[in-house]
Ligand binder design. Structure first.
Ligand code: AMP
Length: 302
């Protein structure tokens, strides 16, 4: 089963305490689409400017990503820049320039409209809703968001929650959105606003999956070689949605496995800048880390 992914395609400038890089391929749709492509065919919906380097179209194509919904418009590609502290969990956004995204109102290619699985990767909730409204009877809809939209477009985000099956957000966003300090209360509160499932990402501490009758706490992979955390959340969402689409099932055990597969792809993403590590990622490497997640989480009565 294929997955439709919409979100940003960006040229990122990223500074860590040890390295600085400019005009890297980034954006929520880039990370999420490449992550999902390890499991299932992807239909991408996004926009770039005429300055977008040709080599990046090639990268998407190499991952079999359908680009019929990737519009090229006169103007500049979305740009984002961020800087990390020595504690790589702490990031400052230095600038965001929406550029061609400012007026982006895509009409979906006809062949995309019946895509059964949908991932609304991080972008304005109004745009997420605009895309979702054109998909006919999707089986499962996942949405990701960020603090910017919680602060600036809260009403649109609340409305979106009524139309999706699963919301993914990180712990500080869950607290900010619900005004709850406790994450369990925050997760339960979001469930009451529409989605049947909520995933709260806790960075290097793993993630929590909530449903009304289920709770799952996934560990994080104990990584030592983190170079650039950018895109980890988007890769998690892409791996999660891509895995569900591949299995074409959304029962509790498949959802737990989707959380682990999302975590596996995210753990590889942060080993290098941009999508560099994902470009060389192989299925045996995904399996190897998945197996380690199983070993790390298993215990028996002593
Ligand atoms: P993450 O590290 O998972 O939070 O995602 C980082 C990616 O999100 C970068 O590649 C950025 O280009 C992209 N990004 C940053 N701000 C926004 C925004 N407001 N809307 C959409 N994408 C964004």
């Amino acid at each position: 089963m294929s997955v439709l992914i919409t979100g940003s395609v960006a040229l990122d400038s990223v500074k860590t305490p040890l390295e600085e890089h400019h005009d890297l391929l980034g954006g929520s749709a880039s990370y999420a689409s490449v992550a999902a492509s390890f499991f299932t065919p992807v239909n991408m919906v996004a926009i770039v400017g005429t300055d977008f380097p040709k080599k990046y179209f090639e990268l998407y194509r190499k991952h079999g990503i359908n680009l019929d919904g990737l519009q090229v418009a006169a103007g500049q590609t979305f740009r984002w820049s961020g800087e990390y502290e020595w504690d790589l969990n702490k990031r400052q956004t230095l600038s965001v320039c929406l550029n061609v995204f400012e007026t982006f109102q895509p009409g979906l290619p006809e062949a995309y409209k019946a895509t059964p699985y949908v991932l609304l990767a991080n972008i304005s909730p109004k745009l997420q809703m605009h895309v979702l409204a054109q998909v006919s009877g999707p089986k499962f809809v996942v949405a990701d968001t960020m603090d910017l939209w919680i602060e600036r477009e809260r009403d649109a985000l609340v409305e979106l929650l009524r139309h999706i099956d699963c919301l993914i957000l990180n712990e500080s966003e869950a607290r900010e959105f619900t005004q709850q300090t406790n994450l369990i209360k925050a997760g339960r509160q979001i469930l009451k606003q529409g989605p049947k499932f909520v995933v709260v990402k806790k960075g290097e501490h793993g993630s929590l999956l909530f449903a009304n009758d289920m709770f799952f706490s996934a560990p994080a992979y104990p990584l030592e070689g983190i170079h650039d955390p950018t895109g980890a959340g988007d890769c998690f969402a892409g791996g999660f949605a891509g895995y569900l689409a591949w299995k074409d099932r959304v029962d509790h055990n498949t959802l737990r496995n989707a959380v682990i597969h999302g975590s596996v792809i995210a753990s590889y993403c942060v080993e290098d800048f941009s999508l560099t590590r994902l470009e060389s990622l192989t299925q045996p490497e995904i399996k190897e880390r998945y197996d380690l997640f199983q070993v790390m989480s298993r215990f028996e009565m002593s």
